[in-house]
Design a protein around this ligand. Sequence first.
Ligand code: ZN
Length: 292
Amino acid sequence: MRSRYSAYALNIPEYIVETTHPASPQYTENKFAWKRSISQFSQNTTFQKLEVLDFKEKENLATVTFTCHILQNNSDASFTEKSYFELYKGKWLYSRGLLKEGHAPNMITSDEIKVLPLVYYDDQILRKKADPVHEITLEIKKLVEEMVETMDACSGIGLAAAQVHYSIRIFVIRTPIEKEDGKFDLGDVKVFINPLLSSPSEENWKASEGCLSIPTIRKEVERPKEITVEYTALDGTRQRERFSGWAARVIMHENDHLNGVLFIDRLSVEDKLELKPILKQLDDRIHDRGAL
Ligand code: ZN
């Protein structure tokens, strides 16, 4: 982290590009434009101090919480970030970060890293039909806790177990709270175990979707407006609920993951054709099959 701070301070954009994980939301295919924007940031910023608040490491994941004391246009633009790093081919690469303005030591939340490494397109586990959960063991409860931490670390609205390397029928969501402008805020966590979807409404609607396993890509997907879900909650009780709007959409997106289906499979023929080379590029980049 200190070396990335120095690279920003000394205006060495090449170092930032080289130490960014290929699946990071910040990764940009156009490296020229990317370096230029890093360089502009460096030139317009006075770097005063890097204050590392916390550092944790677990296997191939590390977190660094720091406050970056900076000035922009002579005013304080300091921010605190909890950054996630992943070990990739023997090198620690910046994966993503949660940001807050100013000095925010309260971003140190837990004593250990509970975030799990994500599975990215087109790993075969994303294409498998996941197995049912037979019993809610302590291991399952721990996995659910880690899935929620991982979803939150990525500012995601939903996450299925297959996306963190477990091919079992569980997904978690942050219940969307719909706003008047058609967008939503992230609400409470909801856990779905062995869900069964039924009675989709006849009315469909389209909205833009993304997926933590297919970073940087968003496309419009048509789905039913409402759906009924029968599922086992974390306390073992069987529940039945009807969902509509964004909640229904997120549930259907995550439930698709349990059946090896991705949102890109539900696109129009035109969108699929347009995405094909972009997905190939993404797959090559993340799995290092092409030239990096
Ligand atoms: Zn997804």
